[in-house]
Design a protein around this ligand. Structure first.
Ligand code: SAM
Length: 234
């Protein structure tokens, strides 16, 4: 899968992309992540990418020209076979987008290409949306200073679903919000058997796979609004 990130701050991605899972996925060719600096598409001596909103108001907005030109340059870099469906690959990070859920992550992971548009300042000039018709995605009902962290959330969540990226592909299937039931995973334990008087539940030590599976299923809970499991003792 190829992911292009359109951003004013490509340097924010360095440590993140070199990290263990994503670094290995890129080295093995499962993921091809490229960073495109919007500033490279700015014109004029000041290489301006933002300006004040018409009608007044605080802050600055990203101007349409540099952002649209940047994305269109990615289209010309593509195989002709890919160019046709490229518009369906564009995702704009914005608080007004549809909420990112595991289901949306699964949908994004199906695509061969993903172009992530990171906003800054007060956001995007509306004509960027009108021209590119991106999929609008929000990572939650709060406001970040820029789309970069939101893009990292998407890259991380999507990468886990690409076959071969996780050491054990069962991990992604068993994870919270996944599978047909989309349950939240129950508590997990590792060594030691007892820690500060807290013992690992006996069932996990039986070696009886069916009983363990039944116990785990009973511990998993249905996702509800603002849910947490708050498992304490079992
Ligand atoms: N004025 C905008 C508003 O009220 O919706 C907020 C702009 S925010 C300071 C700057 C950029 O951060 C946005 O253009 C977007 O790319 C990104 N951003 C902020 N919060 C986000 C969220 N919850 N989900 C996705 N992107 C977000």
């Amino acid at each position: 899968m190829r992911i292009d990130v359109v951003t004013l701050f490509p340097e924010m991605f360095r440590g993140f992309l070199d990290g263990s899972l994503l670094g290995a996925a890129q080295k093995s060719g499962l993921l091809d992540i490229r960073l495109k600096n919007i500033r490279d598409f700015a014109t004029g001596t000041h290489r301006q990418v933002d300006d004040r909103p018409y009608g007044g108001g605080p802050g600055m907005l990203l101007m349409p020209g540099p952002v649209v030109d940047c994305v269109e340059s990615l289209c010309t870099e593509s195989d002709p076979a890919e160019t046709n469906d490229l518009s369906s690959s564009i995702a704009m990070l914005t608080p007004s987008g549809r909420p990112l859920t595991q289901q949306v992550v699964e949908e994004l992971a199906e695509r061969r290409r993903l172009i992530l548009l990171c906003g800054r300042y007060e956001g995007f000039d509306q004509r960027i949306c009108d021209t590119l018709k991106p999929d609008l995605i929000s990572v939650g009902n709060y406001v970040l200073s820029g789309g970069e962290v939101a893009a990292m959330v998407i890259i991380d969540a999507v990468a886990r679903l690409i076959p071969g990226v996780l050491g054990d592909s069962r991990s992604a299937v068993d994870d919270s919000f996944s599978g047909t039931e989309r349950l939240i995973e129950g508590p997990q334990y590792t060594r030691p058997r007892e820690y500060r008087g807290l013992r690992v539940p006996d069932v996990l030590l039986t070696g009886d796979h069916q009983r363990i599976a039944d116990w785990r299923k009973a511990q998993a809970t249905h996702a509800t609004h603002g849910q947490t499991n708050n498992h304490t003792e079992k």
